[in-house]
Design a protein around this ligand. Structure first.
Ligand SMILES: Nc1nc2c(ncn2[C@@H]2O[C@H](COP(=O)(O)OP(=O)(O)O)[C@@H](O)[C@H]2O)c(=O)[nH]1
Ligand SMILES: [Mg+2]
Length: 368
C-alpha cells in the first residue's frame, strides 16, 4: 500500500515527507537540483480507537496499521505536455496506489517558485492537467496499436480488442475534456480491462495545501477556502498542512513537542491528520485483534468479508474458518471490557460472509 507525494519543485514535498515520517531527507530551497532517487518511508497510522484498546489490554506488543510513503522526485512542470513524465518518474508513479499532491501556498520569498509567483489554484490545476496528459499519451499509443492489431485479429480476440478500444475511447473523451478518470464509475467488465493500466488520473488524490506558519492554528486557511470547490469537482479530499512547522515538530524531543504544541494551541498534530487521510484515500479500513499479548490493526479493503479478513492473518484461519467473534469498537468501549460486552450480548458470532466494519475487534475461531 503505497502513497506517492507529488507536486511542483519546491512545493514542499520532501518537507511533507520528513514531517510524516520523522525522517531527515534533504530539502532544497532551489528547484532543479537534487537526485532522482525517491525517498521512501513506512509510517504507522494513528487511531484513537487503538489507543483506547492499548489502555484496556496493556498488551506486550502493539502493532499499528501502516502506509508506505514515497516522495517521488523529478517532477517538472510542463514535462507531460512536452515529452511525458520522465521514465523514472513514471515508473515510481505507476507503482503507487494513491497520490498526495502538495500544493504550495506558503509565501516565503526566500524560496523561489518555479513559475515566479505563488498561486495554489493554478498549481493544483496544472498538476491535474499533467496527470491527464500522461494518461492521454498512454491511451493514444495503445489505441494506435489496437487499430493496427485488430485488422489481423479474428473471433474472440478481435472482440476483446474492440471492447478495449471502446473503453479507451470513452476514457479519451473524458480526458480530452480535461477531466480526471478518478470519478468515472466502471462496470466490472470495464474494470477488468483497465486493471492492466495504471492511469495516474484514476488514482485517488489528496490535495494538501502547504500553508504559511502564520495560518497553522486557523480553522480554515484562506487557500483551503479558495481550493475547496476545485477539490470537490475533482473528487479529491483537501487538507491544509504547514510542512515546515510539522517537520520541526516531528523532529523534536517528545517533551519539547508537548510544550510547543500547547504554546501554538495545536490540538491535533497535522501529521496524524495527514497520515490518516492518506490511509483513508486507499479505500481501506482497519479491524483489530486484541489480547494481552498483542493489540494489532489489520488493513483490509472496505467491504471485505470475514473469511477474507481472516486470510490476512493466516491462510489456515481462512481455510478452517468456523466463526468470527466480533465486538464493534463502540460496543466494546461502552461496556468497558470484552466480558462485559459478552454479558450484554454485544459480542456477535458472525459467519464467513459477514462484511467486516471499521474498528471491529475480532477473534476468529477456526479448525484445521
Ligand atoms: N516557509 C516555509 N517554507 C517551506 C515550507 N515547506 C517547505 N518549505 C521550504 O521550501 C523549500 C522546498 O522544500 P522541499 O521540501 O525541498 O520541496 P520539494 O522540491 O517539493 O521536495 C525548502 O527550502 C523548504 O524549507 C513551509 O511550510 N513554509
Ligand atoms: Mg524534494
Amino acid at each position: 500500500m503505497k502513497v506517492g507525494i507529488i507536486g511542483l519543485p519546491a512545493a514542499g514535498k520532501t518537507t511533507v515527507f520528513n514531517a510524516i515520517t520523522g525522517a531527515n531527507a534533504e530539502v532544497h530551497a532551489f528547484s532543479g537540483s537534487t537526485s532522482n532517487e525517491p525517498n521512501m518511508g513506512i509510517v504507522p497510522v494513528p487511531d484513537e480507537r487503538q489507543d483506547w484498546l492499548n489502555g484496556l489490554y496493556k498488551p506486550k506488543k502493539n502493532t499499528w496499521a501502516t502506509v508506505e510513503i514515497v516522495d517521488v522526485a523529478g517532477m517538472v512542470p510542463g514535462s507531460a505536455k512536452k515529452h511525458g513524465f520522465g521514465p523514472d518518474l513514471l515508473a515510481s508513479l505507476r507503482q503507487v496506489e494513491a497520490l498526495v499532491h502538495v500544493v504550495r501556498a506558503f509565501t516565503d520569498p526566500s524560496v523561489p517558485h518555479p513559475d515566479g509567483s505563488v498561486n495554489a489554484f493554478r498549481d493544483a490545476e496544472l498538476m491535474e492537467l499533467e496527470l491527464i496528459l500522461a494518461d492521454l499519451a498512454v491511451i493514444e499509443k495503445r489505441l494506435d496499436k489496437l487499430d493496427a492489431e485488430s485488422l489481423k485479429k479474428k473471433g474472440p480476440e478481435k472482440l476483446a480488442a474492440e471492447k478495449e478500444k471502446e473503453i479507451l475511447a470513452k476514457f479519451k473523451n473524458v480526458l480530452t475534456n480535461e477531466q480526471p478518470l478518478r470519478q468515472i464509475e466502471l462496470s466490472e467488465d470495464e474494470q477488468k480491462v483497465v486493471r492492466g493500466y495504471t492511469f495516474l488520473s484514476q488514482k485517488p488524490l489528496l490535495l494538501v495545501t502547504n500553508i504559511d506558519e502564520s495560518e497553522i492554528s486557523k480553522e480554515d486557511s484562506d487557500t483551503l477556502t479558495k481550493l475547496k470547490p476545485f477539490a470537490e469537482s475533482k473528487g479529491a479530499p483537501l487538507l491544509s498542512f504547514c510542512a515546515k512547522t510539522e517537520m520541526e515538530i516531528a523532529q523534536m524531543e517528545p517533551a519539547d513537542r508537548e510544550e510547543f504544541l500547547t504554546a501554538l494551541e495545536i490540538t491535533e498534530v497535522g501529521r496524524e491528520k495527514l497520515v490518516r487521510a492518506a490511509y483513508e484515500l486507499l479505500n481501506v479500513i482497519p479491524f483489530f485483534t486484541v489480547g494481552e499479548d498483542e493489540v494489532k490493526a489489520w488493513t483490509i479493503v472496505a467491504g471485505t468479508i470475514a473469511q477474507e479478513a481472516a486470510r490476512k492473518i493466516h491462510s489456515d484461519i481462512a481455510r478452517g474458518f468456523i466463526r468470527a467473534e466480533v465486538a464493534g469498537y463502540d460496543a466494546l468501549k461502552n461496556c468497558g471490557s470484552w466480558n462485559a460486552a459478552k454479558d450484554k450480548g454485544l459480542v456477535r458470532l458472525e459467519g464467513k460472509e459477514y462484511v467486516v466494519q471499521s474498528g471491529d475487534c475480532i477473534n476468529f475461531r477456526f479448525n484445521v
